[in-house]
Design a protein around this ligand. Sequence first.
Ligand code: HEC
Ligand code: HEC
Ligand code: HEC
Ligand code: HEC
Ligand code: HEC
Length: 175
Amino acid sequence: MGLSRLWLRTLLYGAIAGLIFLTISCARESPAEQPVAFSHRVHVGKKLSCVFCHGGAEKHAQATLPSVVQCMTCHTGVKPDSAEIRKVKAYLEHREEIPWRRIYALSGEAAVFFNHHRHAAAGVKCAACHGDAASRDVLMREVRLTMGFCVECHRQNSSKFRDKRLADDCVTCHR
Ligand code: HEC
Ligand code: HEC
Ligand code: HEC
Ligand code: HEC
Ligand code: HEC
């Protein structure tokens, strides 16, 4: 192989590697700045289940976020003097919920109907749509919940729908 062809190859592989790197780094959004430095890794590591805090995720359409009262049931005793916990306590004293920045939210424009309960009942894991939240200190959008993403999984699992045709019927998700 001539030297110039070797150079061309090196350049080509370099460009491909660069593209792959860009794709991977763009797929994940940068983490959101939150009002309190809450860590999923720490709390899930203490054996708290997802539904302990997101009580609706297995029973209702919305997973919901835990209230500041729920945080303080533990933190009245656990690390009450830490700076971050004092912030939590201040929200409680002002009777305000912590204004968490949302990570996953459908835009609303496309009027998409979503139901957590139906997915939990069908055995779809949280991680399929939210990535590995359990091991993150700061959450970020790791999975893009586009229409293509929803429809692809529905088609693969069409046998789980009470009528196969419902899997990718517009009315299933837009009503
Ligand atoms: C099939 C995809 C999917 C699965 C599986 C899923 N979610 Fe979600 N989740 C979503 C979507 C879509 C939204 C945004 C809903 C909206 O904006 O109305 C969301 C929103 C949330 C929210 C924000 C509050 C809310 O209810 O809107 C939390 C918290 C959440 N999910 C936790 C969980 C947990 C915990 C599990 C597992 C028990 C889970 N999710 C499983 C797709 C999923
Ligand atoms: C079931 C008990 C429990 C609940 C409920 C709970 N936490 Fe915690 N939290 C803990 C434990 C245990 C730790 C680890 C403490 C340690 O490092 O020893 C912790 C650590 C923290 C820390 C780190 C404190 C520091 O300075 O190291 C913050 C911040 C925090 N929690 C915020 C919250 C918020 C906000 C909520 C409500 C959304 C919440 N916690 C709900 C048990 C709980
Ligand atoms: C101790 C309570 C607690 C536990 C346990 C917990 N979460 Fe959360 N979760 C929160 C709080 C507080 C927020 C808001 C702050 C943030 O985004 O980190 C949140 C946010 C989220 C969001 C983003 C919601 C949105 O759209 O803004 C998802 C998704 C989520 N949690 C999934 C999970 C999953 C999956 C598990 C189990 C592996 C889990 N959570 C366990 C308290 C908890
Ligand atoms: C990883 C696979 C998977 C993904 C991703 C997924 N779903 Fe599903 N979805 C299912 C399965 C399986 C069912 C269960 C069918 C049943 O129980 O009838 C279901 C059921 C539903 C239902 C109830 C259908 C009915 O018969 O009423 C709705 C609505 C729905 N999904 C919307 C969505 C939306 C919107 C998204 C994207 C944000 C999404 N799904 C992403 C697997 C998935
Ligand atoms: C499995 C769920 C699902 C099915 C089935 C589905 N959609 Fe969607 N659709 C979505 C989601 C999720 C979005 C994006 C919402 C967002 O970005 O917040 C969307 C967005 C859209 C938009 C807005 C434009 C865009 O691309 O963002 C249109 C228009 C649309 N869908 C039409 C349809 C039509 C027509 C059908 C039937 C052929 C259909 N959808 C079937 C989930 C679904």
